[in-house]
Design a binder for this molecule. Structure first.
Ligand SMILES: CC(C)(COP(=O)(O)OP(=O)(O)OC[C@H]1O[C@@H](n2cnc3c(N)ncnc32)[C@H](O)[C@@H]1OP(=O)(O)O)[C@@H](O)C(=O)NCCC(=O)NCCS
Length: 150
C-alpha cells in the first residue's frame, strides 16, 4: 500500500489518478496537506480474504489520526462494472453495490473498511474492467470537526 499527502478541496472531486499521484511518482507529496491519498493497495492473490487488506487500511487510518489529517481518500476501481455496463450506469451500479444487492471485488472491500463514497470519477484510470471509472471513497478522521460539503 502506498500513499501521499495532498491538499484536497472536497468541493472539487474531479481528478485523475495521474494528476493526483504525479503518475505514481508522488513527487507532489505535501507534508502540510490535509488528506492522506491512497496511491495503490494490493495483496498477493494467495493471501487475499485473510484480513490483510483491511489491516493495511486500518494502519493508514492510524497515520491519519496521528498526523491530525482530515481524511484518507482514494479512487476505488470498480472491476465488476464491465459485467453490468450494458444495463446500468456507473452510478446505478455503485448504488446497488452500496445497497448490498451487487458485490464488487474492490468497492465491497472498501465499504467493509468503512470507506464512504463521495463521487464517481469518469476517466480516472485506464482500466478495462472498470471501463475507466472509479469511486472516490473517503474515511474521515473521527477526531476532527469539519464543515460539511456544500
Ligand atoms: C482489494 C484487496 C486489496 C483486498 O485485500 P484482502 O486482503 O483480500 O481483503 P481483506 O481480507 O482484508 O477483506 C476485508 C473485508 O473485505 C471483504 N472482501 C475482500 N475481498 C472481497 C471481494 N473480492 N468481494 C467481496 N468482499 C471482499 C472481505 O470479505 C472482508 O469483509 P469482512 O470485513 O466482513 O470480513 C485485494 O483483493 C487486491 O489486492 N486486489 C487487487 C488489487 C486492487 O484492485 N486494489 C485496489 C486498487 S483501487
Amino acid at each position: 500500500m502506498t500513499g501521499l499527502i495532498v491538499d484536497f478541496d472536497p468541493n472539487h472531486t474531479d481528478h485523475t489518478w495521474e494528476e493526483i499521484t504525479d503518475g505514481g511518482y508522488i513527487r507532489n507529496h505535501r507534508p502540510d496537506g490535509n488528506t492522506l491519498y491512497v496511491v495503490d493497495i494490493c495483496v498477493s492473490p494467495p493471501y487475499r480474504k485473510l484480513g490483510l487488506g483491511k489491516w493495511l487500511m486500518q494502519s493508514m487510518y492510524e497515520v491519519v489520526v496521528h498526523l491530525g489529517l482530515d481524511r484518507l481518500l482514494g479512487g476505488g476501481r470498480m472491476p465488476g462494472y464491465h459485467c453490468y455496463a450494458t444495463e446500468l450506469s456507473p452510478e446505478a451500479y455503485i448504488n446497488k453495490v452500496v445497497a448490498g444487492e451487487l458485490n464488487d471485488p474492490v468497492i465491497t472491500f472498501l465499504l467493509r473498511c468503512r470507506r464512504t463514497p463521495l463521487a464517481v470519477v469518469h476517466n480516472y484510470l485506464e482500466d478495462e474492467e472498470s471501463l475507466n471509472h472509479a469511486v472516490l471513497m473517503e474515511w474521515r478522521n473521527p477526531f476532527k470537526q469539519m464543515p460539511r460539503k456544500n
